[in-house]
Design a protein around this ligand. Sequence first.
Ligand SMILES: [Zn+2]
Length: 233
Amino acid sequence: MRPRTRPKSFALVGALAAAGALFADHHLQPNQAVQDSLTPDSVLADLKSGNEKYVALQGTGFELGQRREAATEGQYPKAYVLSCVDSRVPVETVFDQSIGDIFVGRVAGNVENEDQLGSMEYAAAVAGIKLIVVMGHEGCGAVKGACDDVKLGNLSSLLQKIRPAVTSVEGYAGKTSKDEAFVNDVIHANVKRTVADLRDRSEVLAGLETEGKIRIVGAFYSLEDGSVTFLDN
Ligand SMILES: [Zn+2]
C-alpha cells in the first residue's frame, strides 16, 4: 500500500516547522543596517522586554543554525553586559539574547579593571555597541566575601576592589554578610560605584556617552524571580 497522503503531510509539517523557526527568532538578525538603526534607549528597551519574557518563562527559541552561520560574516552586537561570574546568572538567557547579540564580561563581583575597560572600549568604539550594563545580583558571594573582608589567595585583591562599596554604606562597621539588608545595600553601591568608575577611568567611554552614542547603566538581578531592575545613576 502506498502511503499517498504522507508526502503531503510531511511537506506541511516541514513548512510549519520552518515558519515556526522564523517566528521563534523574533529578534532581528544582527547586521550593519540593524545595528545602525539602534539607539542606546532602543537597546535598553530590547533588554527589558527580553528580560520580561525570561521572567514569564517565555524565552524565545532562536534559530541557532542561522545565527551561527551569520556569525562567520562578522559581528554587529548591541550591548556589553558586565556581570558577576555566578552560575545562577546566565546573562544571555536572562535578557533573551542569542549568538551575536551581546558582549558579556564576567568577573566575581562585577567590578571593573583595566582589561574590562579595554574590552568595553573595543566593544563601544570598534564593534558599535550602544549600551553598557553593569549588573550585580542578589546573594552575591563576592560581595559577601568583601563584607566579611575575607582573605584567600588571589581572591583577596579582587575583594579589595569591592571594599570601597562596603565602606560607603552608612553604619557598615561591625556589620557582616549575615545582615541581608546590608549585603543588598553593598551590592547596589558596588554597581553604582562601578558605573561611576567606568566614566572616570575611560575617556573613550565617557566621550561616547557625552556624544549620546552609548549609555552606561547599572542593574540588579533577582535570583528569586529572574527580574532585572535598572538603577538610576
Ligand atoms: Zn556574584
